[in-house]
Design a protein around this ligand. Structure first.
Ligand SMILES: CC(C)[C@H](C(=O)O)[C@@H](O)C(=O)O
Ligand code: SF4
Length: 475
């Protein structure tokens, strides 16, 4: 039986259609038991879930519905050497043991299919439109770029998916974000999403699932759509969705785990129905014209602390809300920044081009375009960490690794790396980094490290300038 909520406002949205098609049973408290089609497993969030299964002597309901890869803790250098003993090495080894024990497909770090879970899911065609997909990782919203109902889950939920292939969940409200206009020169979808979060706030999407729509979304590449959906969680929304279209299908066709032959044709017929009805009701609507945006950089310690690079470090004294003022003061103290400083005067020590937000081929191509024939400032240490081995190999085939190396950047193997500092790639205390990742929390890239979020082009330009800079001046 459908709950009142399920039948009420919002029925006819893409979200509700996928949700409804996965309900196994509904409960009186308004929650639904959802069938989960796909589960990505990484080394940081899974040990507890595997241990729970083992303690209860439970087998996996469907081993083939899972795919395991170690991405957070793997080194991005010297993969031919044994991992140095420590937590990271133990996490990687444990994932491999657990995958073997439970019969889950496992991708080792030397494999050509290796990469960050959110990069390889789509690459392999594990991520599919209309599917429910989960992972013990908050950036699982990335997969919504393909019209998959994808969200991050906790360890006990992972255990439930392992044992039953279902999850009990409460339906969220629906929010539609319509993007119109076209990207100005030097501005990318990363700038759009940073400006959007600055506008709606880090809790702007809380309790809601976001559907991105509008001509500017349709115009985005699949890579761009993934960047956009990836950061929904930074606006507080666990789920982001974009209706699949021809571009989605073109991107997925022939991927190793996507349906083939007749099954592909049947799947496409289903997927074409995956869109919100024209009269579908949303609980909240946000419209944003992207035509006048400038490249964005973050100055503080949450992703909403962003401003156009042409601006200045904001002054907490000008903020009337005492809570917000205090938080800004704390952010600026941590970041070592003085109000009123032009953002373009901020000197940096490090550059990180990587992460599940911005380390796909298109990102690396565009960053390489900026650095081609130039050199990183002598005091800057810059690393490029492709999101997957497939991205790395494709980039190398185009000579992109040479472009970066000749400019003095380091070219690494795939993984999360300095996005989260769970391997050896990290900032030293007080170091300042131009980063293409998604989180600038205190200590995120290493204890005492300072992160400025931006697009790959902007990070590349920052490496050349040795400070934050406007990429439009480097065209
Ligand atoms: C370690 C992992 C569970 C975490 C997440 O949930 O997102 C990480 O990927 C992150 O980006 O902070
Ligand atoms: S790249 Fe960063 S954001 Fe993405 S999964 Fe890894 S740690 Fe999380």
């Amino acid at each position: 039986m459908q709950t009142e909520l399920a039948m009420g406002q919002g029925a006819g949205t893409l979200y509700d259609k996928i949700w409804d098609s996965h309900v196994v049973r509904s409960y009186a408290d308004g929650t639904d038991l959802l069938y989960i089609d796909r589960h990505l497993v990484q080394e940081v969030s899974s040990p507890q879930a595997f241990a729970g299964l083992q303690a209860r002597g439970l087998p996996l309901r469907r081993p083939d519905a899972h795919l395991a890869v170690a991405d957070h803790a793997v080194p991005t250098l010297h993969r031919d050497r044994p991992l140095r003993e420590g937590l990271a090495a133990r996490q990687v080894a444990r994932l491999q043991q657990n995958a073997r024990h439970f019969g889950i497909p496992y991708i080792p770090m030397h494999d050509r299919r290796h990469g960050i879970v959110h990069v390889i899911g789509p690459e392999l065609g594990f991520t599919l439109p209309g599917a429910t997909l989960v992972c013990g990782d908050s950036h699982t919203c990335t997969h919504g770029a393909f019209g998959a109902l994808a969200f991050g889950i906790g360890a006990s939920e992972c255990e439930s998916v392992f044992a039953t292939q279902t999850l009990r969940q409460r339906r969220q409200k629906r929010m539609r974000i319509r993007l119109t206009g076209s990207l100005p020169r030097g501005v990318t979808v990363k700038d759009v999403v940073l400006a959007l979060i600055a506008r709606i706030g880090i809790a702007g999407g809380a309790g809601h699932t976001i559907e991105y729509a509008g001509p500017a979304v349709e115009a985005l590449s699949m890579e761009g759509r993934m960047t956009l959906c990836n950061m929904a969680i930074e606006a507080g929304s666990r789920v982001a969705l974009i209706a699949p279209d021809e571009r989605t299908l073109d991107w997925l066709r022939g991927r190793p785990l996507a349906p083939q032959g007749d099954r592909w044709a049947a799947a496409v017929a289903d997927w074409r129905r995956l869109r919100s009805d024209p009269d579908a009701a949303f609980d909240r609507e946000v419209d944003m014209d992207i035509s006048d945006l400038a490249p964005q950089v973050s100055w503080g310690t949450t992703p909403e602390d962003c401003a156009p690079v042409t601006g200045h470090v904001p002054d907490p004294a000008a903020v009337s809300d005492p809570v917000r003022r205090r938080r800004m003061e704390q952010s600026l103290a941590y970041m070592g920044l003085v109000p009123g400083t032009p953002l373009r005067d901020i000197r940096i020590d490090r550059v990180f081009i990587g992460s599940c937000t911005n380390a796909r081929l298109e990102d690396l191509r565009r960053a390489a375009q900026v650095v081609r024939g130039r050199r990183a400032a002598p005091h800057v240490r810059a690393i490029v960490v492709p999101g997957s081995a497939a991205v790395r190999l494709a980039a190398e085939a185009e000579g992109i690794d040479h472009v970066f190396r000749e400019a003095g950047f380091e070219w690494r193997d795939s993984g999360c790396s300095m996005c989260v500092a769970m391997n050896d790639d990290r900032l030293a205390e007080g170091e300042r980094c131009a980063s293409t990742s998604n989180r600038n929390f205190e200590g995120r890239q290493g204890k005492g490290g300072r992160t400025h979020l931006m697009s790959p082009e902007m990070a590349a330009a920052a490496a050349l300038a040795g400070r934050l800079t406007d990429v439009r001046d480097w065209a």
